[in-house]
Structure formats: C-alpha cells, structure tokens
Design a protein around this ligand. Sequence first.
Ligand code: SF4
Length: 280
Amino acid sequence: MREISASSVTDKVREMCIEANIILPKDISNRIHECYKNEPWAPAKDTLGKLIENMDIARDASLPICQDTGMAWIYIEIGQEVHITGGDLCEAIHEGVRRGYADGFLRKSVVADPLRRKNTGDNTPAVITTDIVPGDKLTVTVGPKGFGSENMSRLVMFPPAKGEKGVKDFVVETAQIAGPNPCPPIVIGVGIGGTFDRVALLAKKALMRSTDARNPDKYYSDMEAELLERVNAIGVGPQGFGGKTTALAVNIETYPTHIAGLPVAVNINCHVTRHIKATL
Ligand code: SF4
C-alpha cells in the first residue's frame, strides 16, 4: 500500500487550478495556430489572431485566459493500492480549489444552491469524479469549465433505430443550435452508450482528451473526422464571424449500452478548452 498525503493532493490541485487558467494546453494552442494558418476568410483569420494574442498575453503576464475561470471539474483515477493519509480525499480536493482560486485571483463562479443562487465565494465545491484503477498512483485531471459552452451541451436517449445517422445529425444539430454562444472555435466531446448518467460523463471525458489523440477504433476515428468536417461546414466561424473554423476537434468516447437504448451526449467546450493532468 502506498501512502499519499491529503495535503499533497491539496497542493497539487491548487497549482493545477492556477496553471490551467493561465496556460492553454499545447494541443489546443497548436490547433488554434494551425487553424489560423489555414483559415481563408479574413475576419475569421483576424479573430483567430486575436485569440492567439490573448493566450500569449495571459501566459506572459500570468493572467487568466478568460474572465470565466470556470467551475472546477476534477477527475481522479486512484490506484487500488493507494492509501490517503491525514485527511479526506474529497475535502483535500475542495481545499486545493479554494486555495487555487484565491491565490490565483481567479473569478469565483459557483453558487451554493441552483435556485437560491448565493455565491459560495471560493469557487467550491468542485465537481469530482473518481475511478478506481489498478496500481499505486493517483492521477488528477483538472478541467475548469466555463458555462457559456457548458450551457450549449445536450443529451438525448435515442431508440436504437436512430443508429449512426441519428447520432451524427444530433452532434451537428447541437453545434448549429449553439452557434456563436459557446465562444467558438469549439471542441466537441461526444459520449455514446452506457446509461443516462454515464453518457454525460463519457462526453466530458472526451472533452478532456487531447485533441491530438483520435479514438483508437477506426470506425469512431473516421466518425470524428467526418463530424469535424460537417461542423466546420456550418460556417459559424471563430466567435461567430463566419469562416471554416467552427470546431477544433470532435472527440468521441463510447461504452456498451442496453439493447433498448442509444444514449448520446454532446458536451461543448470553447476555444479556452482547459485540461491539465498530473500524477502523484
Ligand atoms: S465559453 Fe469559454 S471563452 Fe466563452 S466566456 Fe466561457 S470560458 Fe470564456
């Protein structure tokens, strides 16, 4: 059994919340640069140039890339041979978020109750998902999630007869309905299969996967490529100014499902698709 202290989890989460909000991950920044080079429509190219300038300023001046520094989505893969010492794992994570958002001067965007809406003042609680995995490591993924894009996400429980066409059309329709609202160019995380709750998690995990990594199943990596092309043909463009760069990537994650169902979830992220991973 390997021991990991709750305080080291707090320290790591604190550091990751700050870094994630200041420095865009390499895969996203590279995709934006690549789209800038290939975008033929002048207003779109100009907009992508401004997004690049914005991310460079944020990194150099240690400022948040966007004013919406998000609700902290935290994914923990905990090895079954890990023992957390000196405190409660979830409380250690919340404390890391609390300190990160205070020390990084990041906007506090969480309300304690969804209807009575009083700000908690410290960006907690985080949304925490844990998976138990083999081994003696603890892997933390931090993805601060802005709600301009989260609000544009959709979930549907299709009958199986809707099939591949139904899934693809739902993804494209979701991007169309979203239009300029999620601050494009967007990243689209698609979950297919599982149950009502699992499919939403699949879509979120798809969003947190590097846009450089394609689905290992060729059937789905071909679908990712086709959907990216179809979404980019909509013509929403960067920040809604038209052009061919509406999406940076479409990532699909799947899970077995029931004979009577075909759950599909589409989770949208903006050009500030923050994800950072570390292993303790
Ligand atoms: S959707 Fe993204 S870019 Fe737009 S305000 Fe929210 S975090 Fe910022």
